[in-house]
Structure formats: structure tokens, C-alpha cells
Design a protein around this ligand. Sequence first.
Ligand code: GLN
Length: 464
Amino acid sequence: MSRPTARAIAAAVNAGGSTRPAVETALAACAGDQLNAVIRVHRERALTTADRVDARVRAGERLPLAGVPIAVKDNLCVEGLPATCCSRMLEGYVAPYTATAVARLEAAGAVIVAQTNMDEFAFGSSNETSCYGPVKNPVDPTRIPGGSSGGSAAVVAAGYVPVSLGSDTGGSIRQPASLCGCLGIKPTYGRVSRYGLIAFGSSLDQIGPFATDAADAALVLQTMAGLDPLDGTSAPHAVEALPGGDALRGLRVGFVPGHAEGLQPAVRAALDATKARLQAAGAVLVPIELPHERYAVATYYVIGTGEASSNLSRMDGIRFGHRAEGADLRAIYAASRAQGFGTEAKRRIMLGTYVLSAGYYDAYYKKAQQVRRLICRDYETAFAACDVILGPTSPTTAFKLGEKLSDPLQMYLSDIFTIASNLAGTPSLSLPAGRDEQGLPIGMQLQGPMFSDARLLAVAQALA
Ligand code: GLN
């Protein structure tokens, strides 16, 4: 697992080395994948891209991601490649354009080697709802990798690639990063253009990187962030360089005392150990409250499913992917959707349609938006008293494949700590923080105020 970082690969290529060794190594690792993390390897395309990067470097360009192999989640459009969100519904769909985030990475010299497995349409916390079957956790193949970006977390944790892209609507980058043992950041909402990301919950979705360390994550984030006229919610803010010097001395680290309750004992011990390390390094621990956080899961499953049901209505069997036979248009819609969507997708569409329907809208959707506002206010109050908030990413380490599949509520509770920052739009990351007694990775979550992504990464770097 001591593979070179993205920075080291780019430095070697910019210094005149060939892109081939790193790209070939990544392609071979992806082709030999035993975890079902990779669903498509793009050897020809990768080698052509790599040659183009070599030519640009020979011509004198210096590229921040020169020759860095990268894997992307199957909900990110890359022109000419399939994009299925691991759903039968999008079987055969080929993306007609490239997501802005991906295009920016490629322009900076990155080489896409593979597309990764995910929960169907990003609905899930275990990567078990994929039409390609579940991903296995690289540390213990009898366990889940987390979800929904389970494939992207696994390929980095297993060392196939130094960096990958995922998306996070309620925890889908941070929770699998935590359970697989790598770093993953959900950027501030608006930081990264969502153009070309197949939408789940448009007011919640963000694209973000997985990496083995904070500096690599920062490099990828800096490269893909920034205003994009193709996404009206994208923000002009650039990601600052990671501040040098001591990120921890005098840092006010908030923590919610209640977060320590009900955790797996090893996760609690890791939280205590992280707090102690921070204190020893000169940080100040500040107890805070997020009084409405307890409503976050419920609020998310109203807003997130409402937005999902609306976004997924375009999957009608006519415009994209799978189409069933039917006597008339209605019958084609109904049969295509019945065959194309899996159980969890259907559950989300039905819940979302219900909460948006006339007569229930005020009771559910509007109420959820009001609670969302209260959650935002909680953060505003908290971040007046502290610079970052530390807590666990997930209450437990990776659970067994199949363990929570029949109990959606239990599955939804996996995201109890990650969802609030999607509702607020604030940035948050998960960093590796040791292992439990079975050797399974534990992650700690750091949250910050809007556009504090670089500060979070600097703190993560200092804690590494
Ligand atoms: N696990 C959460 C869900 O199932 C979050 C998914 C995500 O962030 N895409 O909705």
C-alpha cells in the first residue's frame, strides 16, 4: 500500500519521466480487482490520454496532475463512456459530454483508468444496491466498504489508484472513506460544479476526492473547484493552498458531547484519542451543541427523496437507457421503470413522490425545509465558538455484507453523523483514525464553516 502519492507521480512526470509506469500499474491493479470495486477499466483510452500528457510535458507544460491515474464513480459523465449509476435503468447509456470536475482533472494531466461501483443512483450506505453486485471491503472481504461511493473508496484504500472521485449527498464520500481507511472530503456545497454528475438530490450533492493523504485530496480539490457557468449553484471561490505552519496550536475544536454515546467502544476510544492528540498539540476543545442535529436523518429522507423522485422522473424508458415493451406510452413508462429500478430506488421514488404530493407537501417537505434552516443556524452558532467540529464519521466500523440489507431504517442510521453537513452545505471530511480490535478502519469527521475546506484539510494533515 505504500504506492506513490499523486503529488509524487506528477512531480516525476513533470521532471521528464514517462506517464507509463504509474498508469500501467493502476490499469493492472484495476484489471485484477477482486473486490468488485471496478466495473469498467479503460485501457485504450487511458494510454491515449497518457501519451497526450507526455507530449504536453515534453512541449514544456507543467501539469499539476501530470500522469496521475484516477478512477471515477459511475454517476460522473465522461464523454463516450457508459454512465449507469450502477442501475439497470441506465443500461447502455453512453455519456454525451464530460462532467466539469472530470474535465478539469483531465486538463490538468490526470488519466482516467477506470469507473467504480456504487449503490444504485447513490442510494445506500453499503454498496449493496448496485446492479453489479456489492463491493467488498479491502480490509475484510466479508464486510461492506460503505456507500454509496464504495468502489471509489475501495480502489484508493486497496492502492489501485492514488486518488478517485465520489459524490456525497448524505455521507457517500465520508462514510466509505471511514470504513475503508482512506481520506474523503465532501466539499462546501457549490465548491465543485455538479455539471455532468447524474443528480440525486440537487441541493445536497457534491463531488469530492478520495486520497491517501490530505495534500493529495487538496491537490485534486484545488484543480476541480471553482465557478462553472454550466452549474448555477457553483461558487467562484478558489480553494486556498494548505496553510503552512502549525494548524493545531490555538485551534478551537468543537465537539458535541452526545456524539460519544452509543458508539462502538473502539470508535469511542479513537475519538477520545484524537481529542487528546489535539489538546497535546495546543488545540482548545470546546463543547458545543447542535440541537437540531437529531432531526437530520428524518429531514434528509424527506428532502433527499423528494429531490430524487423529481430528478429520477427523467428516467422514463424513452430518453435514457432501459426500455421495456408496452402497448402505449404509459405502459412503456411503467414497465421500463418497474424493470429498470431496484428496490431501494423504488422506495426512494415512492417516498419522495409522497412527500411532494398535494396535501402532504406542507406537512413533510415544507416542514423539512424549515428544520433544515434550523440545522444551518445551529452551525452558524457553533462556528462562532469553534473553528472546526470533531466527531466520529460512523458509529461503527464496517459491518458484514447483508447485515442491514433487510432493515432500511438501520441502514439509514449509518449516516447519522454525516447528513447534517449536506443539509447545511458546509464542508466536512473523514480522516483515518486507527483501527478496531479486528483491524477494521475507524474514521473521524471534521466539519467546518462554509468554504473552510482548506482549513479542514490542513487539520487532517496535521493529525496524520
Ligand atoms: N447513505 C445515504 C443515502 O442512502 C447517503 C447517500 C449519498 O450520499 N449519496 O441516501
